[in-house]
Design a protein around this ligand. Structure first.
Ligand code: NAD
Length: 484
């Protein structure tokens, strides 16, 4: 099989040789085979990328000074170039992180150009400035300006979908970006750079430098960076927040989760199994907002345990590039070991295993069976910590107040769902759950609505106009009323 091997970074609108000699090998988690490589950035490469982004941002005739309409024309071309690669992009992602190809076609293929077009249009429509009559007689000119050079750091689980939540609004706002993708998913980031280059993005507006967490930390603390946008684990987010706190550097953090699906006693789950899969086992259980805790009323507990266990057992586990596959491998051997450790903890804590728990009968790859635990104590490790794999817990509750209390008894607050046939009841419960987002009978991040977490799930919001505001700074110019 041909491998995809890159020898250069995308910096300053050109393919630039790395300062060092280290490389990052990309392994297909379904086979354990090497599928490609990229150079591994060191501090000097990050410095080059930040300089290029800084130069592009500070250019008095450059990207940050263009009108939103002029930027939108270039961004439209960028979206088209991504659409031209909407077949290859999902393939690259699936063979790096194990995302089922039918899922990748949406998240990684069609979603990013939608985001670019959405933000290009939103910025075009947003009044760039307003003259605000004051209370004290004068007038203030309130101007929206791009915040500056953005350091964007992304995880491996939904690499292009998540990059687009940062790159699209940042570029539309007039910022320039240094993107550091996760080590596991770098070949898709190189394809993104190729699309940007083909679209004629001006030099330095988008720079792509794959590397590990040390260069991520270097990027966060770099004096040339004005804003950090991070998606990843809560542990890394805390460390980044500490640095940004010390530097008083604006930061958006999208972190981990342990969301709950609250099944109400009137819910019709059997007609909604696709939605239930979508909020529990999507992307092999590796999505931050998934509902890994299923809260079931005691009156229907056994029946709901059966429905969830049957759902887990009915999944087609295998090659993510096969269109029939619904659950692929975990991203790495290390991640599988972590998930298996949690399964062992669930067993030893006395939870009842009702589906899965082992490895499927496949020759290679980092697979685990979709796994369900019943009779789970809501304070136990498997009900409290983010497992990031296809492992679900079904927890009984006595009444609505108990369900809400269990849902809220977590350090996280990112997603969640309420399952009911009564719209008003669903909304009432949804309002009581402490999380940044929640769905009723399904869950989908709409580009127009803010997405983000409370508590240990993060700071700030992406998507919607709020996601654009994160890349804009406001300046008030107090006008002299004596001048005409
Ligand atoms: P991770 O935190 O290990 O790595 C994410 C990225 O941050 C990588 O690019 C990594 O190199 C970099 N990084 C790690 N430590 C860093 C540091 N100290 N300074 C700077 N950069 C650093 O996370 P992961 O294992 O790649 O991703 C899984 C995690 O991401 C899960 O916890 C998941 O919930 C979370 N996630 C959150 C969202 C969200 O929107 N809230 C979305 C997807 C994933």
């Amino acid at each position: 099989m041909n491998t995809l091997d890159y020898s250069h970074f995308y910096i300053g609108g050109d393919w630039i040789a790395p300062a060092g000699r280290q490389t990052l090998d990309v392994i297909n988690p379904a086979t354990g085979q090497r599928v490609g490589s990229v150079p591994r950035a060191g501090g000097a490469d990050i410095d080059n990328a930040v300089s290029a982004a800084r130069k592009a941002f500070d250019d008095p005739d450059g990207w940050s000074r263009w009108t939103p309409t002029r930027r939108a024309e270039t961004l439209e071309r960028f979206a088209t170039e991504l659409e031209n690669r909407a077949g290859e992009m999902p393939q690259r992602v699936s063979m790096q992180n194990g995302m089922p190809i039918t899922v990748a076609e949406g998240f990684e293929g069609s979603f990013p150009p939608v985001m670019i077009r959405y933000y290009a249009d939103l910025m075009r429509e947003l009044p760039a400035e307003e003259r605000r009559p004051g209370l004290l007689g004068g007038t203030t000119l309130v101007v929206r300006e791009p915040i500056g050079v953005v350091g964007a750091i992304t995880p491996w689980n939904v690499p292009q979908g998540i990059s687009s939540l940062k790159v699209a609004p940042a570029l539309a706002a007039g910022c320039t970006v240094v993107l550091k993708p996760a080590e596991e998913t770098v070949l898709d980031a190189m394809l993104l750079a190729e699309a940007a280059h083909a679209a004629g993005l001006p030099a330095g507006v988008l720079n792509v430098v794959p590397g590990g967490r040390e260069v991520g930390a270097h990027l966060v603390a770099h004096p040339g960076i004005d804003k950090v946008s991070f998606t990843g684990s809560t542990a890394a987010g805390r460390s980044i927040a500490e640095t940004c706190g010390r530097l008083l550097r604006p930061v958006t953090l999208e972190l981990g989760g342990k969301s709950a699906a609250i099944i109400l006693d009137d819910a019709d789950l059997t007609s909604r199994l696709d939605s239930l899969y979508g909020v529990t086992l999507l992307n092999n259980g590796q999505v931050c907002w998934l509902n890994s805790r299923i809260l079931a009323p005691r009156s229907r507990y056994d029946e709901i345990v059966d429905v969830v266990s049957d759902l887990a057992r009915s999944q087609v586990v295998g090659d993510p590039l096969d269109r029939n596959t619904t659950v692929g491998p975990l991203v790495s051997e290390r991640q599988r070991a972590r998930v298996e450790d949690y399964i062992a903890k669930g067993k030893s804590a006395g939870a009842r295993l009702t589906a899965g728990g082992g490895r499927p009968n496949l020759d290679a790859g980092w697979f685990v069976e979709p796994t369900v635990f019943a009779d789970v104590d809501s304070t136990s490790v498997i009900a409290q910590e983010e497992i990031f794999g296809p492992v679900l817990t079904v927890i009984p509750y006595t009444d609505e107040a108990d369900a809400v209390a269990i849902a809220n008894n977590t350090e996280y607050g990112l997603g969640g769902t309420v399952w009911t046939e009564d719209a008003k009841r669903g909304e009432r419960i949804a309002r009581q759950v402490r999380s940044g987002t929640i769905g009723i009978n399904a869950y989908a991040n709409d580009p127009t609505a803010p997405f983000g977490g409370v508590k240990s799930s993060g700071l700030g919001r992406e998507l919607g106009p709020e996601g654009l505001a994160a890349f804009l700074e406001l300046k008030s110019v107090y006008l002299d009323p004596t001048l005409s």
